[in-house]
Design a protein around this ligand. Structure first.
Ligand SMILES: [Zn+2]
Length: 225
């Protein structure tokens, strides 16, 4: 949209008391909580990676301003950013699943943080996609993944998942939701756990990732310069 039109739209929005874009604070919201220009300028990926046998749809590159927004959402409890981050998930291909499950936090971390940022995203996504939200999995406290090297993360077998209601059936097809994909180890381990617990299909969606290669064969890695 031409600049003068956008400025006029912003002015009219201000005068009429309509809410302005959460990112630029200049133009009216047109795409969820952001304006058309900011929405277009987000670091979109909308692609799929395969990590340790799990197909994962990725909305954005982990880059400005999404990286900052995810950080504010997770570590400063800026939950008003949930719709903006969930909007990225809604731009992905709608999966054919029975239930949506957020990657759970350990009880200890849930107490520290007061909320599970991925659960907030899953709630909004499930509501819009009209898919049931499932909260049947808990997580035992393990070492923190943040700050560990890749090999340390892979070797961090200290955390484990558990069914919170073992008498209730596990949904057959499950979509996992997380905010950021780094190594994918947690998602892969959770998918293994769910399949071992009776799920027949598990896939995932994340808001952002810089993960590119996924399951690159070892031979190909060795052949790289
Ligand atoms: Zn904007």
């Amino acid at each position: 949209m031409p600049v003068y039109k956008a400025l006029l739209a912003g002015l009219l929005a201000r005068l009429s008391g309509r809410e302005l874009c959460r990112l630029c604070q200049l133009y009216p919201m047109t795409h969820g909580p952001v304006c058309e220009g900011c929405h277009t300028d987000l670091p979109w990926r909308r692609d799929r990676v395969h990590v340790q046998g799990v197909a994962i749809q990725v909305a954005h590159h982990y880059a400005w301003p999404i990286d900052r927004l995810i950080h504010l959402h997770k570590y400063q409890g800026r939950l008003e950013l949930t719709p903006l981050l969930a909007d990225g998930l809604r731009a992905l291909e709608r999966p054919d699943v029975d239930a949506v499950l957020a990657v759970p936090l350990s009880d200890r971390r849930l107490v520290e943080r007061g909320f599970n940022q991925s659960h907030e995203l899953a709630k909004v996504f499930a509501h819009h996609a009209q898919i049931a939200l499932w909260t049947g999995v808990g997580r035992r406290a393990g070492m923190r993944q943040q700050g560990l090297s890749r090999s340390e993360r892979l070797g961090n077998l200290d955390d484990a998942f558990a069914l919170l209601h073992p008498d209730q059936p596990v949904p057959a097809r499950i979509l996992l939701i997380d905010d950021v994909l780094t190594t994918g180890t947690t998602l892969a381990r959770l998918a293994d756990f769910l399949r071992a617990s009776g799920a027949v299909h598990v896939e995932a969606m994340v808001v952002a990732s810089n993960q590119q290669q996924g399951d690159m064969p070892v031979a190909k890695l060795l052949a790289m310069p």
